[in-house]
Ligand binder design. Structure first.
Ligand code: HEM
Length: 141
């Protein structure tokens, strides 16, 4: 459960990511596909070379979807409903991959916001991304 203060921290950090969503998103995807190559199988129809247009535009979509959740964390289930269905029924993504991507997002955030990525923000982001992963996996049960 996130405290009110943690929710504020999350809203703030994701707000900062919006203007650079393509850069951050592409870096997260690149790291996910490099460190866990099995994840590349889902993206066989896209050009997944570093900083490709596909990687940037898909990365942007992910960051913006999470930013939407950050605005009202308690409504995440509703916000993510279309993405739950898409990932579970159409794309059939193994839900263990949500944790992998969350981890990569955390790494990229800690690099980009190194100065301000305090242990408090670290734990808030970890809890928040765990909730996103859980919400996205909801339709699998
Ligand atoms: C599509 C978000 C995790 C694979 C999408 C889209 C969004 C999104 C917003 C675009 C939907 C649309 O165009 O209508 C997220 C979020 C994730 C997540 C918030 C977790 C934090 C993953 C993971 C994988 C994955 C872990 C696979 C390893 C895909 C694929 C598509 C997709 C293959 C379709 C791409 C395309 O054909 O353009 N996701 N996603 N997603 N996602 Fe995810």
């Amino acid at each position: 459960m996130l405290t009110d203060h943690e929710k504020e921290l999350i809203a703030k950090i994701w707000d900062k990511m919006i203007p650079v969503a393509s850069d951050i998103g592409a870096e997260c995807l690149l790291r996910m596909m490099t460190t866990f190559p099995g994840t590349k199988t889902y993206f066989a129809h896209l050009d997944i070379r570093p900083r490709s247009t596909h990687l940037r535009s898909h990365g942007k979509k992910i960051v913006l979807a999470i930013a939407e959740c950050s605005k009202d964390i308690s409504s995440m289930m509703v916000t993510l409903a279309p993405l739950q269905t898409l990932h579970a029924y159409k794309l059939r993504i193994d839900p263990c991959n949500f944790k992998i991507l969350s981890h990569c997002i955390m790494v990229v955030l800690s690099m980009l916001f190194a100065e301000e990525f305090t242990p408090q923000i670290h734990v808030a982001v970890d809890k928040f991304l765990a909730l996103v992963a859980l919400a996205l996996a909801e339709k699998y049960r």
